[in-house]
Ligand binder design. Structure first.
Ligand SMILES: Cc1cc2nc3c(=O)[nH]c(=O)nc-3n(C[C@H](O)[C@H](O)[C@H](O)COP(=O)(O)O)c2cc1C
Length: 187
């Protein structure tokens, strides 16, 4: 069986965001294990407009090239890690928009949420996102919650605490086990 592919989605899109450093850290940890193919999708670069498909994603009849490109990226993933900020007690709008574009491409895949923020570590965003993703028949593999006060970003590189590093390992262990099983389910 081919090596499972993990898609790491950078949810925040604003200039100066912390999210890119958080996602790059998680991507690098995943890649270093050697048991996962890893792809990073930065929603700032994916640059989806606010949902502009005339048909619902469940029909899978896309009118726009940007949707077809996004469909290919998500479609080839066996597992997804959503790296999300907490904006006003939830996850951010760009992440929801990117989710809403697709349907079948998400289903029956395991996911992790890597949230970050101040003292709350983005936990409210994480919980809200989990509800949406389980509604798409995705399987939760665990969460990583990063306090940016405890894990500073120095020269664009996140410095995790031991606890955060251990949480990432646990979540990636789960994704690595669940990804091939879910591929069988989809087949
Ligand atoms: C629009 C907006 C809303 C925010 N709302 C919250 C919030 O509800 N709770 C929180 O802990 N932090 C909140 N923050 C602070 C963010 O956690 C912090 O700015 C973080 O760096 C945002 O991620 P980003 O830099 O990747 O965009 C908010 C920030 C922004 C820009």
């Amino acid at each position: 069986m081919p090596t499972p592919r993990l898609l790491v989605v950078v949810g925040s899109t604003r200039p100066g965001r912390a999210g890119l450093a958080v996602a790059q850290w998680f991507r690098d940890v995943a890649y270093a294990r050697g048991d996962l193919e890893v792809e990073l999708a930065d929603l700032a670069e994916v640059a989806l407009p606010l949902l502009d498909e005339p048909r619902q994603a469940v029909e899978r009849r896309y009118a726009h090239d940007h949707t077809r490109r996004w469909s290919e990226v998500v479609g080839r993933a066996d597992a997804v890690a959503f790296v999300t900020p907490e904006y006003n007690h939830s996850y951010n709008a760009a992440t929801k928009n990117a989710i809403d574009y697709l349907y079948h491409e998400w289903r029956l895949k395991p996911f992790a949420v890597v949230s970050y923020g101040g003292q709350s570590r983005g936990l409210r965003a994480s919980v809200a996102l989990r509800t949406v993703l389980t509604g798409l028949a995705m399987t939760p593999a665990g969460d990583v919650a990063v306090s940016l006060a405890e894990c500073p970003i120095v020269d664009g590189v996140l410095e995790p605490t031991e606890a955060v590093a251990a949480a990432a390992t646990r979540v990636l262990d789960q994704l690595s086990v669940l990804a091939p099983l879910h591929r069988e389910l989809r087949d």
